[in-house]
Design a protein around this ligand. Structure first.
Ligand code: C2E
Ligand code: MG
Ligand code: MG
Ligand code: MG
Length: 278
C-alpha cells in the first residue's frame, strides 16, 4: 500500500515540472519570433504629480499577446530574455516604439518624460550610449524626455563601469532612474556614487503601509534621503486612497499605481495627454 500511495504524488510533481519546462521552451522559442515580427506592444503607465494630480510622466512597459497562449506577463518572459540575450533586441524594439510615441506627443505639443526599462546586458553593450543617441537623433525626439530605468543589480554588476556609462548618458541629455529601489541588497553609499535623477521606491514598501505602522517612518525617511541627494521620488504600486494621502504627507513627487492608472495602450495614452485637461 505504502508503495502505491507514494508513487502518485511523485508522478504529479513530475508532470507539473514537465509542463513548466515545456511552457518555458515554447515561450522562449516564440519570443524570438515575436521580437522579429514586431508582435510586441508597448503600453504606457501614467505617473501623477502628488500635489497637482496631473499626469506629468509615464513608464513604457512591454506587452505580449501570444496568438495561442494569450497575454504573457513580462514577469514571465523578461527573465527568459535576460538569460538568453534576447533582452537586447527586445529592449531596442521598446526603445524605438517609445521614441515614436514621444515624437507623436511632441507634434501634439503635450510631451512628458517617458521611462524605458533597460536590461543588464543591454546597458553593458559596448555601444549602448551611441546606439541610444543615434536613435534619438534619427527619430528627432527631444532627448530630455527620454529616461532610462536601471535596477540596482544592473548598476552594481560593476559600479565603476555603471558610473561611467551613466555619466555619458547624462552628458548626452538622457535622464536616469533607479528602479525597484529597496529590493536589492546594496549599500546606501552607492546612492552617492551613482549619477541619478530619480529614485523609484518599490511597491513592496507601499504594500507594507497597510500592514506595519513602522513602514510609514521608513518611507518618509527614504523620501527625505532621496531629496537630500536631489533625486526626484516616484512611488510605485499605489493602489488605494490611504496610500495616496500618505505619499502626500511623506512629500513624494510622483505616484505610479493602479489607483490612478493601469498601463494604457499607446493610443489611449496619447489621447489622455492630448485632452485639454487631464
Ligand atoms: P517595473 O519596471 O518595476 O514596472 C512596474 C510594474 O509594476 C509593472 O508591471 C506595472 O504594471 C506594475 N504596477 C504598477 N502599478 C501597480 C499597482 O498599483 N499594482 C500592481 N499590482 N502592479 C502595479 P509589468 O508591466 O508586469 O512589468 C513587470 C516588470 O517587468 C517591470 O517592473 C520590469 O522589471 C519588467 N519589464 C516590463 N517591461 C519591460 C521592458 O520593456 N524591458 C525590460 N527590460 N523590462 C521590462
Ligand atoms: Mg521600471
Ligand atoms: Mg519598478
Ligand atoms: Mg518592480
Amino acid at each position: 500500500l505504502a508503495q502505491t500511495c507514494s508513487n502518485a504524488p511523485v508522478a504529479l510533481y513530475d508532470s507539473e515540472h514537465t509542463s513548466q519546462a515545456l511552457r518555458r521552451i515554447r515561450v522562449e522559442a516564440d519570443l524570438k519570433d515575436a521580437i522579429d515580427q514586431q508582435l510586441l506592444e508597448v503600453f504606457f503607465q501614467p505617473q501623477v504629480n502628488v500635489s497637482t494630480k496631473e499626469v506629468v510622466a509615464a513608464e513604457a512597459l512591454v506587452r505580449w499577446k501570444h496568438t495561442e497562449l494569450g497575454m504573457i506577463s513580462p514577469g514571465e518572459f523578461i527573465p527568459i530574455a535576460e538569460e538568453n540575450g534576447m533582452i537586447v533586441a527586445l529592449g531596442e524594439v521598446v526603445f524605438i516604439k517609445t521614441l515614436k510615441t514621444l515624437k507623436t506627443l511632441d507634434k501634439l505639443g503635450c510631451s512628458v518624460p517617458i521611462s524605458i526599462n533597460i536590461g543588464s546586458d543591454h546597458f553593458l553593450m559596448h555601444n549602448f550610449v551611441s546606439w541610444c543617441s543615434e536613435a534619438v537623433e534619427r527619430e528627432q525626439v527631444p532627448v530630455q524626455f527620454v529616461k532610462l530605468e536601471l535596477t540596482e543589480s544592473t548598476l552594481l554588476n560593476s559600479v565603476e563601469e555603471g558610473v561611467k556609462v551613466l555619466s555619458q548618458l547624462r552628458s548626452k541629455g538622457f535622464k536616469i532612474a533607479l528602479d525597484d529601489f529597496g529590493t536589492g541588497y546594496s549599500s546606501l553609499s552607492y546612492l552617492l556614487e551613482l549619477p541619478l535623477d530619480q529614485l523609484k521606491i518599490d511597491k513592496q514598501f507601499v504594500d507594507m503601509l497597510d500592514k506595519d505602522k513602522r513602514s510609514e517612518n521608513l518611507l518618509s525617511h527614504l523620501v527625505g534621503l532621496a531629496h537630500e541627494l536631489d533625486l526626484q521620488v516616484v512611488v510605485e504600486g499605489v493602489e488605494n486612497e490611504a496610500q495616496v494621502s500618505f505619499m502626500e504627507h511623506a512629500d513624494a513627487d510622483l505616484i505610479q499605481g493602479f489607483y490612478y492608472y493601469k498601463p494604457l495602450p499607446q493610443q489611449e495614452f496619447v489621447y489622455l495627454l492630448s485632452k485639454p485637461v487631464n
